[in-house]
Design a protein around this ligand. Structure first.
Ligand code: SF4
Length: 201
């Protein structure tokens, strides 16, 4: 079982190629300026079974997505459920990318993180630091929010020198359950949410 905030079945804004992006619900890290503060609470979102999620993943695969990206919320705070999903994705021939607010060193120190780490092809790690926004490509790195974060290639599925790693960011806007989601541009999402909070009533 996984508590899910939202799913985009086919996006090009959250990792290489076309991907199913899944935002888990719940994050205790709470970085200032996080672009998804509505995903902090652990009692919101929708509980979904492994079978529901795998069926959805399989339909996305049939339409041509090449992998799953798991964001949040904090995937390692639901490590068991995300591990099951990642294993199912691998069994379907899909790649696995995960964004975590924990650093890889912190994750290596956690016994409950090892099984999920073993399934991940690409890991983006570290807190979002709004004081150090990642410049847009080609000066900066694609898919990263702040300069302290790192893209770890944990398998050979993707090459660090792949041109798509430095291509322009893709930004997508989704309005889901009354919430505006901005995919692919954390600093922009932070600025946009700050602007909306200042909006006159
Ligand atoms: S950026 Fe990630 S780790 Fe930081 S509060 Fe938001 S969801 Fe949590």
């Amino acid at each position: 079982m996984l508590r899910v905030a939202t799913i985009s079945d086919d996006t090009e804004a959250e990792g290489p190629g076309r991907r199913l992006a899944l935002w888990v619900q719940g994050c205790t890290i709470r970085c200032p300026g996080c672009c998804n503060p509505e995903m902090f609470a652990t009692d919101r979102g929708t509980p979904m079974t492994r079978d529901e999620l795998v069926a959805r993943l399989d339909r996305a695969r049939a339409r041509g997505v090449e992998g799953i990206s798991v964001l949040g919320g904090e995937p390692f705070e639901q490590a068991a459920g995300v591990t099951e999903l990642a294993r199912a994705a691998k069994a379907l021939g899909l790649t696995v990318m995960v964004y975590s607010g924990y650093t890889l060193d912190e994750l290596h120190a956690r016994a409950d993180a090892a099984a999920l780490l073993a399934e991940i092809d690409l890991l983006v790690d570290g807190r979002y630091d709004r004081t150090r926004p990642e410049p847009a490509p080609p000066l900066g790195r694609r898919w990263l929010g702040s300069t302290n974060q790192t893209m770890h290639h944990l398998t050979a599925a993707y090459r660090a020198d792949d041109p798509q790693m430095r291509a322009a960011n893709t930004v997508e806007f989704h309005y889901v359950n009354g919430q505006l989601l901005v995919n692919g541009w954390p600093a922009g999402a932070d600025a946009l949410h700050a602007l909306l909070r200042k909006r006159p009533a």
